[in-house]
Ligand binder design. Structure first.
Ligand SMILES: [Fe+2]
Ligand SMILES: [Fe+2]
Length: 190
């Protein structure tokens, strides 16, 4: 992997992210590389996708809107109403446009880490899961999820999706259809 590019990304992340978000990012990188090693995915791809996944997470609502319209990104109705879901799409666009990343699997793992989607690739699953279990995470159920992640990647991603769906419903928030499709296609896989 090009170390000058990695260095440049770290430099930019430190500028554009809160220190807590940068720490979370490092946790996701470590966990994603660990899972890639364990489940036979490309470690460099896991490193890059994890490093950039939350690039736009600390953007304000205004910055998100401005970025979307300036770059002509297509956004569905649910995302338009749940603006936290948009940071994956923006981060994938930044990865391509500003850091010259053209590996579609890496870009998809970044874009879909907020919702999942149908028929996720192994890398997409790893980034989705690493985001939930990195060492800095502390919530009810995280230990169980970490244990399942040691046993079976698909079962762990399914548990993470189930937890998310239950949580979103309990909060009476909009549930993205990508998340339902991710769960349905994964249920057919396990
Ligand atoms: Fe995120
Ligand atoms: Fe994250």
């Amino acid at each position: 992997m090009k170390s000058d590019l990695i260095e440049k990304i770290h430099y930019r992340l430190k500028q554009d992210m809160s220190p807590q978000r940068y720490k979370h990012t490092q946790g996701v990188v470590d966990t994603a590389v660990y899972l890639a090693n364990k489940y036979g995915a490309d470690k460099d791809a896991a490193y890059m996708a994890a490093l950039l996944h939350d690039y736009a997470k600390d953007f304000s609502k205004e910055q998100v809107k401005e970025y979307i319209s300036r770059n002509g990104l297509t956004v569905d109705d649910i995302m338009l109403n749940v603006h936290q879901l948009l940071h994956g799409k923006i981060a994938a666009h930044i990865a391509r446009e500003q850091f010259n990343i053209h590996d579609e699997d890496v870009l998809n793992a970044i874009e879909y880490h907020t919702t999942g989607r149908k028929k996720m690739s192994k890398l997409e699953k790893i980034i989705y899961l690493a985001d939930f279990i990195e060492p800095g995470r502390n919530y009810a159920g995280v230990e169980e999820l970490r244990e399942v992640a040691e046993q079976d990647l698909n079962k762990a991603v399914l548990l993470a999706l189930n937890n998310t769906i239950k949580y979103v419903i309990s909060m009476e928030k909009l549930l993205h259809t990508n998340t339902i499709e991710a769960r349905n296609t994964l249920l057919l896989e396990v």
